[in-house]
Design a protein around this ligand. Structure first.
Ligand code: NAD
Length: 264
């Protein structure tokens, strides 16, 4: 095992410039991690950095696109050469792509798979050597679209099912070598991504998707971040290959809010 330059544990969060990735970076910094903030959106990273450093947290901004594998390898090597350790990786970067097989352009299909699946693969490939060094942990953000289908989301659903499969294989391949890999599957979370999806959808969609959640509301990004931080921590030392639904019960079964019991 290498000598660690930082006494604090070190985490990398992709997609750290917005939504779930930002909330995860904030959560991990609050738990004492030094956090590398990786995102293609430099302004987003800077905003996350401001929030964390204002409360005394330590970060390293890393502007990078997870599909740019050459640059990703270079920036991660430069970062880990400095940090000399990497304990935890949260792969949150992702994009929404709407459409069914007939309406999707081939370029949109490829882009969904490139960012959402190959981006996680690239992140894993270039961080696993460091995680293996310290017995670290990896968490990817898939979606409830990684465990069941959704009308009009073919490329997104296919990409998120693939992320679940990838993480299951990482759990089998690297669990024996001390690295735990888990995947979280949130339903709608109140982030800029969800805002964009609902802005592009019919006005009934927001009410429909909220009505199928037994808890009766969408998740906050912090609620997802807390689960990710838990899975990355020693508290979750026996979790590996877990597909963790964070969906207020919406994938538990068929549900109609209007027939839910109101008795106390
Ligand atoms: P968001 O759009 O708020 O944030 C995503 C971040 O990823 C952005 O900062 C963006 O710049 C970054 N990103 C996108 N493509 C990138 C790339 N190629 N390289 C580097 N960075 C890139 O979205 P969010 O809601 O926080 O989503 C985070 C993850 O959670 C995604 O994987 C998404 O699919 C998943 N998810 C979101 C929801 C939801 O309702 N918001 C539900 C389930 C799963």
């Amino acid at each position: 095992m290498k000598r660690a330059r930082y006494s604090a544990p070190v985490a990398l969060v992709t997609g750290a410039g917005s939504g779930i990735g930002r909330a995860t970076a904030i959560e991990l910094a609050g738990r004492g991690y030094f956090v590398a903030l990786l995102d293609r959106d430099e302004r987003g990273i800077a905003e996350t950095e401001l929030v964390i450093t204002a409360t005394g947290g330590e970060v390293e901004p890393i502007p990078c696109d997870v599909t740019d594998v050459a640059r990703l390898a270079t920036v991660l090597k430069a970062f880990t050469d400095k940090s000399e350790r990497l304990d935890a990786v949260a792969a949150c970067a992702g994009i929404e792509v709407l459409g069914d097989v007939l309406t999707l352009e081939e370029t949109e299909w490829k882009r969904a798979l490139d960012v959402n699946v190959t981006g996680v693969f690239n992140t894993a490939k270039h961080t696993l050597p460091y995680l293996l060094d310290v017995g670290g942990a990896f968490v990817a953000v898939a979606s409830d679209a990684g465990v069941f289908g959704a009308q009009g989301y073919s490329a997104y659903v296919a990409s998120k099912h693939a992320v679940v499969g990838l993480i299951r294989c990482m759990a089998l391949d690297f669990g024996p070598r001390g690295v735990r890999s888990n995947v979280v599957c949130p339903s709608f979370v109140e982030t800029p991504m969800a805002d964009r999806i609902f802005a592009a959808s019919s006005s009934e969609d927001y009410d429909f998707y909220q009505a199928i959640v037994p808890l009766g509301r969408f998740a906050q990004a912090r609620e997802v971040a807390q689960v990710i931080a838990h899975l990355l921590s020693a508290e979750a030392s026996y979790t590996n290959g877990l597909v963790y639904n964070i969906d207020g019960g919406s994938t538990a079964g068929y549900f109609r809010a209007e027939t839910a019991s109101s008795s106390k």
